[in-house]
Each structure stands twice: as structure tokens, then as C-alpha cells.
Design a protein around this ligand. Structure first.
Ligand code: 13P
Length: 282
């Protein structure tokens, strides 16, 4: 069942667990994630970046792909099609108009006032269409960024003002995590996370979920994290398995066999992550 993210993350908040966002890259990825989460019987958030959207052929292609796969595979779990890091009102609008059930507007590259202005515009458009909205305060770094991964820690007061003035459903405060592989150990600001949870009182999202240690993830959930974003980790386990297949089977040339070589690894990683998050079965 396709739905927005509100019910799923509010349930996670009330019951102190988290739900995974797994990013999709293609048909096979989408299928592996849907099949495994259906098997475990947990809700899932399919994260789709702008880059992945372009790669797959646009927002409508993504929506139709997910919908048709769900029908073909008899998927009964709650599924969210969520735009990951929408960079402008226009991009979020396009995703919403195409049938995405949830969007993230990421205007964290602007100052707080401008971030609030753009985010509010998205919230106003999304609310009328029953689409949920996530937004970022501070700046989640990337391993490609230079000093300190480009992390800008979110300030508590900024988060409170941002939440109140925009009316967002979920907040992604940057608190030390990064996209892509970590160089060194992740350093998360748990005290601040907890303060933001208390003062904002909406489900919090942790980006850069790959490479964070299990005990840090458990602690983050106790500090208000209700959604954990995972992209790199699935790509890494898939690549490892496919590399192995190509090395050990020099005769293989059918792309279906090559791509499928990573299926078991992806599914195993999904199952482990869902168990770690304590996602409630439905
Ligand atoms: P990772 O690169 O750590 O998997 O993070 C993914 C993410 O946060 C997508 O928004």
C-alpha cells in the first residue's frame, strides 16, 4: 500500500523505533528492497535522489516502476516513495505532481531565513496534496567534501524556529553524520539530538546512515531518530558480490545474472538493518 510517511514515522516516534529509508537506483534494487521488506513484513521508505531519478528516466517512470512492481509482486506492506534531497521548490513540485508520496526539500545550502522560506513553500504545496515533507537544518556533510566532511552542526534554536515556522512533518538536523564512506569514526552530537527531540517534538531523521556503528544507531533512536537513511551500504555489499561473481565466473555475460549476483547480499543487509532499527512488524 502506497502512503505518505506521516503515519509510519509517528508510529515509530510513539513506540521508539526507526524505519529505514533505502535508496533505489534501478528496477532490480527496487525489487530486492520490496521483496525483502514484504518478507519481513515491515514498512519501507524508498528514497529516490534527483540523480537516481534522472538515471531511471524521470519522476513518472519511478512512480510507475514502483506501482507496477508492487502490483506484480503482491506487496502489502506500507511503501513510501520519497524524494531524497530535493534541491528546489520546482523539483519537489515535479515529484509531487508525478505521484511521490513524500518529499525532502534540502535548502540547507542557504541561510536559515531562506531555508525557511523555500521549505514553507514546499510544505504549503505538499499539504494540500497529502504529501509529507522532510527538511534539513545545518548541513550533512559528504565524504567528497574537504575539511570536516563539510559538516555544519544544526543549532537547537534554529531547529525549533524552523519547525515552528515551516510546519514540516520531519526534521533532519545535521549532527555529525556524512553521506558516503566515513574517513575515521562518526562523531554524533547525541545531547543536542535529544534536546532537539524534546523541543521540536516531531520525528527526527538521520542521514548518512551507512558506516555508523550499531550502538550509535541504537543511541540515536533513543535520542529521537525515527528514520535512518541507507544508500552507500547497499551499494557496497552489492558491488562486492558482483565483483566476486565476475572474478569467479569468466563465462558470465547475461546482465540479469550479473546484477542478480548482488541480490542475497542486499537482502541480508536490509534484514540486519531492519532488525537493528527495531522496526515494528505489521
Ligand atoms: P549513506 O551514504 O550513508 O548511505 O547516506 C544516505 C543518505 O543519507 C541519503 O539521504
Amino acid at each position: 500500500m502506497l502512503e505518505n510517511m506521516t503515519r509510519i514515522l509517528n508510529m515509530a516516534k510513539d513506540n521508539k523505533y526507526a524505519v529505514a529509508q533505502f535508496n533505489i537506483n534501478n528496477l532490480e534494487w527496487t525489487r530486492f528492497i520490496l521483496e525483502e521488506c514484504e518478507d519481513i513484513k515491515v514498512p519501507v521508505i524508498l528514497g529516490v535522489s534527483e540523480g537516481a531519478t534522472k538515471y531511471m528516466g524521470g519522476f513518472k517512470t519511478v512512480v510507475n516502476l514502483v506501482k507496477d512492481l508492487m502490483e506484480y509482486l503482491n506487496i502489502t506492506i506500507p511503501v513510501v516513495i520519497h524524494l531524497d534531497h530535493g534541491s528546489s521548490f520546482q523539483v519537489c513540485k515535479e515529484a509531487i505532481d508525478a505521484g511521490f508520496t513524500s518529499v525532502m526539500i534540502d535548502a540547507s545550502m542557504y541561510d536559515l531565513d531562506e531555508n525557511i522560506r523555500i521549505t514553507k513553500e514546499v510544505v504549503d504545496y505538499a499539504k494540500e496534496r497529502n504529501v509529507s515533507v522532510e527538511a534539513e537544518v545545518g548541513h550533512v556533510g559528504g565524504s567528497e567534501d574537504s575539511a570536516n566532511h563539510g559538516i555544519l552542526y544544526a543549532e537547537v534554536d534554529d531547529c525549533v524556529r524552523f519547525t515552528n515556522e515551516t510546519g514540516i512533518d520531519f526534521l533532519a538536523p545535521a549532527l555529525g553524520s556524512v553521506h558516503g564512506p566515513y574517513h575515521g569514526d562518526p562523531v554524533l552530537a547525541f545531547d543536542r539530538m535529544e534536546e532537539i527531540k524534546e523541543k521540536c517534538n516531531i520525528p527526527l531523521v538521520l542521514h548518512g546512515g551507512s558506516g555508523i556503528y550499531d550502538d550509535q544507531i541504537r543511541k540515536a533512536i533513543s535520542c529521537g531518530i525515527c528514520k535512518l537513511n541507507i544508500n552507500t551500504e547497499l551499494q557496497q555489499v552489492w558491488a562486492l558480490a558482483v565483483r566476486d561473481k565476475l572474478k569467479n565466473d569468466e563465462e558470465v555475460y547475461d546482465p540479469r545474472k550479473i546484477i542478480k549476483a548482488g541480490e542475497a547480499s542486499i537482502k541480508k543487509a536490509i534484514r540486519e538493518k531492519v532488525e537493528l532499527l527495531g522496526t515494528r512488524h505489521i
